[in-house]
Design a protein around this ligand. Sequence first.
Ligand code: DGL
Length: 275
Amino acid sequence: MQKANPIGVFDSGYGGLSVLKEIIGKLPGYDYIYLGDNARAPYGNRSFDTVYEYTLQCVRWFFDQGCSLVILACNTASAKALRTIQQRDLPGLGAEKRVLGVIRPTTELIGSLTETGSVGILATNGTVASNSYPVEIAKFYPGVKVYQEACPMWVPLVENDEYDNAGADFFIRKNLHNIFTVGKQIDVLLMACTHYPLMKDRIREHVPVQVRLLSQGEIVAESLDDYLMRHPEMAALCSKNGTREFYTTDSTTDFDNHATRFFGGPVKSHHLQIG
Ligand code: DGL
């Protein structure tokens, strides 16, 4: 058996499991280790410094577990911590260590999907305030107009199992009304938070039929596949015994109960004390 070098997948909580599910569907042979920092979630309203500090602690933990490659399957962490970790911390953490996020693969693609040249981004306060999506999309598609809407109630609705009722509809309608009032031409709408795909059916009900509603899981999985093909040295380092391990910084019982909905199958997690 190859020495364990799982691919690390990180989120502030459960949302990254929706990304991990797609990654495993695409690349089932690799070993995976997932960490949800549930005890300190949600990250969406936290400051840059706090999100950076928490994310870096978790990235270090992944490296201690033998990971060479870590995916930040969280938009907020990708927006607020990834660049600093890549530029400031990674050089001191080992020459073969890599950390990738979810924003870059999405922004590389999104401009090619719009015919009107207008895209909408639904995200947490933190992701919207970071301006990462407009900045990154402008690098690849300078002509595309980007409209953002912060939906701070959506993550708590998902985390509290309240996303499938009339109370949730109120907030879904409100945020969608806001973004379509300013972005009348939007024809591609991105759920730029890994929690939102759980609400996809409810969101779809209030989005005009001609608008394409996009989630990130498949995009990130496709992009990771491509990355590993372009970096065979990294693909060779990552172990391939088909193992999956789950860690949470909060209650394992809560995690396992919620996680099944995001992951689409049973999850048995371990507790991790961090920070
Ligand atoms: N899942 C995180 C994201 O994609 C948001 C959850 C949180 O606010 O912690 O941005």
